[in-house]
Design a protein around this ligand. Structure first.
Ligand SMILES: Cc1cc2nc3c(=O)[nH]c(=O)nc-3n(C[C@H](O)[C@H](O)[C@H](O)COP(=O)(O)OP(=O)(O)OC[C@H]3O[C@@H](n4cnc5c(N)ncnc54)[C@H](O)[C@@H]3O)c2cc1C
Length: 548
């Protein structure tokens, strides 16, 4: 699916990734508009390595990855962290781990509390349902493993299924997981898409087609649909280097983009209506800065003329950290031959008083992020960490623990005017003192999970949890690792609060430049972010089509 570069289009979409292809598909449903998608990577939509859900771990570090790397992290004992990002059609939806977790309503309502009054859960949820179709297994299976799919399970192009429930060999472990947490007073979560009840366990849901058993991705679904239309041009292997602007009266208008061609040389493409940035949380802020939208001092220092001054570009960077517990499993005859992969999830919180004390101690600001995270920590309905239980080849198991709402904020900024030079990427992990406190306490709890009576028969004995201070040290020096969920680097927030885009996702100070990818999240979701990227992109397309 690649074509020659046209000289112009109504809508130029920069980045044919998760968000970009949703917007391309929805906009091009109107045959009167011409949509152009410019993607840096190749089209590997039909490559079995991309399609096979069990092959995803071979993709990070390959040619399909931008291979981002953090600067040394003071909070991680100066360790650097690798962070993959998809460099191919479909973007990160083509190489991600396929875990599907809908956002928590409180996490989305926090977007409204932060100043985006039109982005409540009520306004957001219809787009979540428009983005996916969740296929539930039979009722009896659902009831035993905590799967609820109400409201028809959505009716969108991205397919979601429950892979672990398709093999009976998983049953003993899944049931032990459920029973083990029940013993701790933790029941099932609520509906997969509506998440009325956040805390609880349930079987793992993944973006996998229920019929073919293949990855369901932005390129396989939206890209394929858009690619069949005559009014869509998808060009792969081309690097957008910057956006051009002109001034019309008081307005700054995006007129087109400069494109570096794979074969060498460059070209200019004109946008007759809008330029839409969907280059992901690393490259969208980079393109803004290279185009003259950013912090005056930074841009002037590099000799880039300032088009719109905004020091929020590249700030507000958020990411999850994860702690991983790998253990040898005992031989369980019924589980012989089970396909490795994620089996089940558990959304957890610490003791209510413990969380309230941490909130009172570390979240003292009466406004902004600290205020909304404090509200979430105090709510008995909200999880503060979640676990993913997985099986690895060779009778090994893995339990991953991810704290939900980190308070640390990092940044990413250009250091050169050359697009080929990667930006300085600094997540500033553990720079907010709450994060290590919460993560260490949840890590101690994680270490107790294999010791639960119902789960003990499955795991070979592990060391007992260490004390709190030693656990913090272990996290800083080795155990805490970056998850691959970077977002927030061109945030939708009031401009005076560091915002880069308004509630219509338009870049402040411009008439027709929007951002539609994970960069716009003001607050990261409590779980894996793909579900939110799809839903935001659905809403972005609606905003553009209705001329907002
Ligand atoms: C290894 C990995 C595993 C993950 N696992 C999960 C998971 O299991 N569940 C989950 O919910 N989330 C997961 N995520 C996160 C999730 O996939 C991403 O948050 C989401 O896909 C980001 O979507 P996006 O549209 O913002 O960016 P992307 O999908 O990354 O799209 C950006 C696109 O823009 C292109 N691009 C960038 N710069 C340019 C340029 N200058 N010119 C042209 N094109 C450009 C890129 O090549 C890419 O195709 C994972 C991410 C990774 C990397």
């Amino acid at each position: 699916m690649t074509s020659p570069l046209p000289p112009s289009a109504d809508y130029i979409i920069v980045g044919g990734g998760t968000a970009g292809l949703v917007v391309a598909n929805r906009l091009s449903s109107d045959p009167s508009v011409r949509v152009l998608v410019l993607e840096a990577g190749p089209d590997r939509t039909s490559d079995p390595q991309i399609q096979n859900p069990n092959a995803w771990q071979s993709l990070p570090g390959s040619d399909a990855d931008w291979k981002m790397k953090t600067v040394p992290q003071a909070g991680l004992n100066n360790r650097t962290q690798d962070h993959p990002a998809g460099k191919l059609l479909g973007g990160s939806s083509s190489l991600n781990g396929l875990v599907y977790v809908a956002p928590s309503p409180a996490g989305i309502n926090a977007w409204a509390e932060l100043g985006n009054t039109d982005w409540t859960w009520e306004r957001f949820a219809p787009y979540l349902r428009k983005s996916v179709t969740v296929s539930a297994p039979e009722k009896e299976v659902c009831e035993t493993v905590g799967v609820q799919v109400g409201g028809g399970g959505g009716d969108g192009p991205i397919q979601v299924t429950f892979p672990a429930l398709q093999e009976r060999g998983n049953d003993p472990l899944l049931r032990a997981w459920v029973e083990g947490f029940k013993g701790l007073g933790v029941g099932f979560t609520g509906d997969v898409l509506e998440e009325g009840k956040m805390v609880g366990t349930r079987a793992h849901a993944a973006s996998i087609d229920p019929v073919e058993g293949l990855r369901s991705s932005a390129c396989g679904q939206h890209g394929a649909e858009a690619g069949r239309r005559e009014n869509v041009t998808v060009v792969t292997g081309v690097m957008v280097r910057r956006v051009f602007f002109s001034t019309v009266g008081e307005d700054v208008v995006a007129t087109g983009v400069e494109v570096g061609l794979g074969v060498g040389g460059e070209a200019t493409v004109t946008a007759d209506k809008e330029v839409i940035l969907a280059a992901g949380a690393f490259h969208t802020p980079k393109l803004l800065e290279l185009s003259g939208v950013g912090d005056r001092k930074l841009l002037s220092g590099l000799g880039i003329p300032v088009v719109v001054e905004n020091s929020g570009v590249g700030e507000n960077l958020q990411n999850h950290l994860m702690g991983v517990l790998v253990s040898q499993m005992n031989k369980i005859p019924e589980m012989e031959g089970v396909t490795p992969g994620i089996q089940a999830l558990a959304f957890l919180r610490l003791d209510g008083q413990e969380q309230a004390d941490l909130a009172a101690r570390y979240l003292t600001h009466e406004q902004g992020v600290e205020k909304v995270i404090r509200g979430i920590l105090k709510s008995p309905n909200e999880a503060t960490a979640f676990l993913l239980l997985g099986m690895l080849p060779g009778d090994m198991s893995i339990i991953v623990m991810i704290p939900c709402f980190p308070a640390s904020r990092g940044n990413i900024h250009i250091t050169s005017t050359d697009f080929a030079t990667e930006s300085k990427f600094d997540p500033r992990f553990f720079s907010h003192p709450l994060d290590i406190e919460l993560m260490a306490r949840h890590y101690q709890k994680l270490q107790q999970v294999p010791l639960l009576p119902e789960l003990q028969p499955f795991f070979q004995p592990l060391a007992a949890p260490a004390d709190l201070e030693s656990t913090k040290e272990a996290l800083r020096t080795a155990a805490a690792q970056s998850a691959h969920h970077t977002c927030g680097t061109a945030a939708m927030l009031p401009r005076e609060a560091g915002g880069v885009v308004d509630q219509e996702l338009r870049v402040y100070g411009t008439r027709n430049l929007r951002v539609v990818d994970a960069s716009v999240f003001p607050l990261m979701p409590h779980g894996n972010p793909m579900s939110v990227v799809y839903a935001v992109a659905e809403r972005a397309a609606d905003l553009i089509q209705t001329g907002k």
